[in-house]
Design a protein around this ligand. Structure first.
Ligand code: HEM
Length: 302
């Protein structure tokens, strides 16, 4: 295993209990809704400054101007990393995520490992700096856990920083991109949302279901399993297709319709079980960012 792979294997996403339980409990408290709510004023400022900087006199690129930079800025804020690196974070993140795809090429894999090492080197310097000058950010809190409580090894600390930076990037960019793609395809729904913005909460849940930002997740069977009459032998790779589960007619009465007012939306866009998305309580800032972008796009299209 090379060093990049080794670092990822130390992150909670690729860990089983008891390591997973220990790692997750260290960051769980940083994601409680109260802390997320404290970030709200900054998120609002970041969101409106991005939207204001878009030239709306003609057609504009929402992905480049908003969907891509917005999550990078919020996560930078949360972790206490340098905002001027956001372009690099985005590129490293994109290369890393491509390397996690089941259908990757040798080139994708090399790029992914190179990006992991670049990001790891950035975080190594940042950790040294924060050890000297701690702040109130998440990286400083994790360093404290590493130093005082002896509950987080140095490689685990690095793996945690990598995961937190990468996990929220592409997922949130995809949500904003897919969400607006579907609003523009379903113009009546877009008008409905613009007329009654109080439905944005259920609308975001529907965007997560209808065109899920993460389409599948991988697992390795730890033992022989029988699933719906098929035997999955121990050691085999299994892909859980979230996009398909979220259009399951046994769960959703009208899976193919884009219904922004659905009340009981039991989608699995954030996964299921012990690896259920740590960033799911950040729903407030997803709603806010989409609300703010909604007016901008709507004004332009009408
Ligand atoms: C629309 C946005 C997002 C979606 C759709 C999403 C989706 C997911 C999914 C499906 C998983 C489970 C993966 C698996 O079981 O293999 C997951 C895990 C995770 N997500 Fe998210 N995510 C989003 C945003 C975020 C954000 C903003 C963060 C943090 C800043 C984050 C942090 C994590 C972490 C750390 C895990 C691993 C949890 C564990 O292993 O216990 N996610 N996410």
């Amino acid at each position: 295993m090379d060093l990049g792979q080794e670092l990822w294997s130390r992150s909670m996403l690729y860990s089983d209990p008891p390591d997973h339980t220990r790692l997750r409990s260290l960051v769980n408290k940083a994601f409680v809704p109260r802390i997320v709510e404290n970030l709200r004023p900054n998120i609002e400022k970041l969101s409106s400054s991005l939207l204001d900087s878009i030239d709306r006199s003609g057609p504009f690129d929402l992905m480049k101007g908003y969907a891509a930079p917005f999550p990078a800025l919020v996560i930078a804020e949360l972790l206490g990393v340098d905002i001027s690196y956001r372009e690099r974070f985005k590129n490293w993140s994109n290369d890393i995520v491509k390397g996690m795809d089941a259908s990757l090429s040798q080139d994708d894999w090399s790029k992914s490992m190179k990006a992991t090492m670049a990001l790891a080197s950035y975080f190594t310097d940042l950790i040294d700096e924060k050890k000297r000058n701690p702040g109130i950010d998440l990286v400083s809190q994790l360093i404290e856990a590493e130093e005082k409580e002896d509950r987080l090894g140095p490689d685990e600390l690095l793996g945690m920083c990598l995961l937190l930076l990468v996990a929220g990037h592409e997922t949130t960019t995809n949500l904003i991109g897919n969400g607006f793609y579907n609003l523009l395809k379903h113009r009546g729904k877009f008008k409905e949302l613009q007329a009654d913005r109080s439905i944005m909460h259920t609308a975001v849940e529907e965007m997560l279901r209808f065109e899920s930002p993460v389409q599948r997740m991988g697992r390795v069977a730890k033992e022989d399993v029988m699933l719906s009459g098929t035997k999955i032998p121990k050691g085999s790779m299994v892909a859980g297709v979230i996009g398909s589960a979220n259009r399951d007619p046994a769960v959703f009465p009208e899976p193919e319709s884009f219904n922004l007012r659905g009340v009981k939306n039991q989608h699995v866009a954030f996964g299921k079980g012990i690896h259920f998305c740590l960033g799911s309580p950040l729903q407030g800032w997803r709603v806010l960012s989409l609300l703010m972008a909604c007016s901008t796009v709507f004004q332009r299209r009408n």
